[in-house]
Design a binder for this molecule. Structure first.
Ligand SMILES: Cc1cc2nc3c(=O)[nH]c(=O)nc-3n(C[C@H](O)[C@H](O)[C@H](O)COP(=O)(O)O)c2cc1C
Length: 400
């Protein structure tokens, strides 16, 4: 789900993990969400409401009401919210939410919210594994408007090691973002990461692609309702858990993986940084250091974008990526023309603090029969969203 502009009501309960809700609030704001906070009395013993009021820039709903003294806050906050998130959720509050008890601000907001509800449990392992908590979580899972965020196993504040840990705030945000509100019955294949072209058993030729843009693309398409096939080489970040991941190492493997699947997908986004050349001869043993000149003979790899355009099925949309370091617009236009792709994302790594490994990238999306736009700096998520929107539009018009 897209968190930008979402109104999130964060319910904080009496857990040792309550301090992590401050970071969670900040991360949700970073995604563009507006956050308000409700706290149980026990939660206020762990973190002062003033902290959450300052971070959310809104009075916190506690048992004492709020400084503005609005009498209907238990209705106003839930009515305002697009999403209710109890994090951390104590065993006690989970019990209340599962059984219709609403005698504190968090369980009361849970019951009076008509929006989707998410619960991130946090407690000691023995409590988490107790029959009562297990039963209450089963009950909550059976409610159609409620999602439980799985507690990971690990070391707890009490020293025990096992399930019941509070999911890390960044993981909660990721889980919310990856939650799909709708499915559109379409599949996109995204190529990602870099390739490694072996020279000998220990050396290879590669490049600096981190895979960040491709992961952002997978998330944007997934959120837009697509099934995602993610064909990826080595990357600096993890592949998306929701995608069908196909791991490859070199360009020939990537070529085969794409060609095998291309007829089954509605769109292909060629985001991977695939090596243009590979060593003609791969030494079976490590090349010895003789301190004399060493020449590597390279041969061209197949052009995956060009061949997927050649085999393109009716109504399929193909997106290429072009990276240029000089005369960017002209070289990009030439590449677009030659490729035959429906869209070409032109980018350059030469601006400061942008491109490889960074979160921002200067880019322009080239479309058929349209003037070439100027490159503009955006985050990789914004770029991914724009591409997903354009592909969805093109797919809709190709079937109209
Ligand atoms: C130091 C400390 C840490 C606690 N941590 C947790 C916890 O992580 N999870 C939990 O369910 N209860 C925990 N408790 C117990 C709850 O605070 C207690 O059950 C409280 O009544 C919960 O109230 P609430 O659900 O209204 O917030 C802790 C208690 C103390 C004193």
């Amino acid at each position: 789900m897209n968190l930008s502009g979402k109104k999130i009501l964060l319910g904080v309960t009496g857990s040792i993990a309550a301090y992590k809700a401050c970071e969670l609030l900040r991360l949700l704001q970073k995604e563009g969400a507006e956050v308000r906070v409700a706290m149980t009395e026990a939660a206020t013993k762990f973190v002062a409401p003033l902290t959450f009021a300052s971070l959310s820039k809104c009075p916190v709903y506690t048992k004492d009401g709020n400084p503005e003294g609005r009498p209907f806050q238990h209705i106003d906050f839930p009515r305002w919210a697009d999403l209710f998130l109890a994090a951390p959720a104590s065993a006690d509050c989970i019990g209340k939410m599962a059984n219709g008890i609403a005698d504190d601000p968090v369980s009361l907001c849970y019951m009076s919210s008509a929006c989707p509800k998410w619960i991130a449990p946090a407690m000691n392992t023995t409590m988490f594994l107790s029959p009562a908590v297990k039963r209450n979580l089963i009950t909550l899972r059976s409610f159609s408007d409620t999602q439980i965020l799985e507690s990971p196993s690990g070391e707890l504040a009490c020293g025990e090691n096992g399930p019941g840990r509070f999911m890390e705030p960044a993981e909660i945000v990721r889980a919310l973002k990856n939650f799909r509100e709708k499915e559109n019955g379409k599949t996109v294949l995204i190529t990602a990461g870099r390739t490694e072209e072996a020279i000998d058993p220990v050396r290879y030729i590669s490049n600096r692609s981190s895979g960040k843009t491709a992961v952002a693309l997978a998330e944007a398409f997934w959120n837009a309702g697509y099934r995602v096939v993610f064909v990826h080489g080595p990357m600096d970040i993890s592949a998306p858990t929701f995608a069908e991941n196909v791991r490859i190492k070199n360009s020939l493997e990537m070529y085969q993986a794409v060609m095998q699947r291309e007829s089954e997908v509605n769109a292909i986004v060629h985001c991977a940084a695939v090596a243009d050349y590979r060593p003609k001869h791969v030494s079976q043993t490590k090349i010895k250091d003789s301190r004399s000149q060493l020449n590597l003979e390279l041969e061209p790899n197949p052009n995956i974008l060009r061949d997927s355009v050649k085999n393109k099925s009716a109504g399929q949309i193909i997106v290429g990526f072009g990276l240029e370091t000089d005369d960017v617009k002209n070289h990009g236009a030439e590449k677009f023309e030659k490729s035959g792709a429906d869209l070409l994302v032109l980018n350059t790594p030469v601006m400061q603090n942008a491109g490889f490994g960074f979160d921002r990238v200067p880019f322009a999306i080239l479309e058929k029969n349209a003037p070439i736009p100027e490159l503009q700096m955006h985050t990789k998520s914004e770029l991914a969203q724009k591409i997903a929107d354009k592909v969805t539009c093109l797919l809709e018009s190709s079937h109209a």
